[in-house]
Design a binder for this molecule. Structure first.
Ligand code: SF4
Ligand code: SF4
Length: 97
């Protein structure tokens, strides 16, 4: 298992997690259903710049094959990723129940 940076252990650069959703950030249980809106990525607009990945407060975005992916189990629907994406590749949509 790769180390967390916050554990302050010595580790090599190539051991740094490539995405923060490798494990859930500070959230340890899945979204309990209170999210009213969810981010939806338009893959054709996403260029994989990683800005949303860097700004997501819960570390639930990863970049796979050059595109952003969201772990909806832990996303709280704050919308920061949608605000930060300069290409408008993330839209917020009503949560489907
Ligand atoms: S900020 Fe936008 S373009 Fe960049 S990786 Fe995220 S969704 Fe894709
Ligand atoms: S809505 Fe918030 S928690 Fe969900 S992926 Fe975007 S920034 Fe992260």
């Amino acid at each position: 298992m790769r180390p967390y940076i916050r554990e302050k252990k010595d580790f090599a650069f190539n051991e740094v997690p490539v995405d923060t959703s490798f494990e859930a950030g500070y959230l340890v249980s899945v979204n309990s259903g209170w999210r009213s809106i969810r981010p939806v990525i338009a893959n054709e607009k996403c260029v994989g710049c990683e800005q949303c990945y860097l700004y997501c407060p819960d570390g639930v975005i990863s970049i796979n094959n050059g595109k952003a992916e969201i772990d909806y189990d832990f996303c709280k629907g704050c919308g920061i990723c949608a605000k930060i994406c300069k290409l408008g590749a993330i839209g917020m949509e009503a949560e489907r129940k």
